[in-house]
Design a binder for this molecule. Structure first.
Ligand SMILES: [Zn+2]
Length: 262
């Protein structure tokens, strides 16, 4: 098979031998690929410094469908993920770890590629304001970008919960002024109307503000979530529920999520 030239995001790297590395990429045209990068650990190597997590590069690789490892022979850096704040680094790792978890080898998802490229760009732009904030209190703007990313990632993976219609009967769940809390079924994957609520397991409740925030953050239309301004209280509430939902979908505890309290 001839080599493929593809735009790629570096998800993770592990040392393979004294001179080589195994690199997991998420490529635009072919989805996730795991490659052997021969000589990548040598001082002088053909990859230079492009193979760091969250970097975006153009790679040349030889696909061997069915094999676990492909062979990458070139990587040219197009966008370096260079940030100074710990919060921004954590945010970047958070993004690539989730992406790695919810994607499969050779399953092209170009919309997900573009979404990830955009959120990494957002994190780079927010690095300067992250420098003045602490790790457990990230800037509101960063929290919003990460929420939008996570919600869209789940949506593009077919795992998004329903925030608009009851998962039991498809009735529209309206948020009215002075409305009471709304039931959310972790196992059912979405909101439940008062008629469908009884007898369900693993149900938590959401304030109307939190439900409204989820609905806007999950929108693919930038106008809905970029202009939002969320209170600490709402951010804390939606992060609590969302981390539980993600852990549920990932079927195991998620260490990377512990730092995100809002
Ligand atoms: Zn219902």
């Amino acid at each position: 098979m001839p080599p493929l030239n593809d735009e790629a995001i570096v998800l993770r790297t592990t040392d393979f031998s004294e001179t080589s590395m195994v690199v997991t990429f998420f490529t635009r045209e072919n989805g996730k690929v795991t490659c052997l990068a021969k000589g990548a650990r040598r001082l002088k190597n053909p990859f230079d410094t492009s193979l760091d997590a969250m970097n975006i590069c153009r790679i040349l690789y030889y696909p061997k469908i069915g094999d676990v490892l492909q062979l990458v022979t070139e990587a040219k850096l197009t966008e370096r993920f260079r940030v100074d704040s710990t919060t921004a680094i954590y945010a970047g790792f958070h993004v690539v770890q989730l992406l790695n978890h919810f994607t499969e080898n050779f399953n092209p998802q170009s919309a997900l590629f573009d979404l990830t490229k955009n959120v990494l760009k957002d994190i780079l732009l927010l690095d300067s304001i992250c420098r003045t904030s602490s790790l457990d209190n990230p800037p509101e703007k960063l929290s919003r970008c990460l929420f939008h990313y996570e919600l869209r990632l789940m949506s593009l993976s077919g795992l998004a919960p329903s925030f608009h219609e009851c998962v039991g009967c498809s009735e529209k769940v309206e948020i009215r002024r002075g409305a009471r809390r709304v039931a959310f079924g972790m196992r059912d994957g979405g909101v439940l109307c008062p008629r469908c609520r009884p007898g369900r397991m693993n149900v938590v409740s959401l304030s109307p503000e939190a439900l409204g925030a989820f609905q806007l953050l999950a929108s693919a239309d930038e106008r809905y979530w970029r202009r939002l301004q969320l209170s600490q209280k709402t951010l804390g509430e939606i992060r609590g529920l969302w981390n539980q939902y993600l852990a549920y979908q990932m079927e195991r505890p998620v260490p990377i999520l512990h730092w995100l309290k809002r």
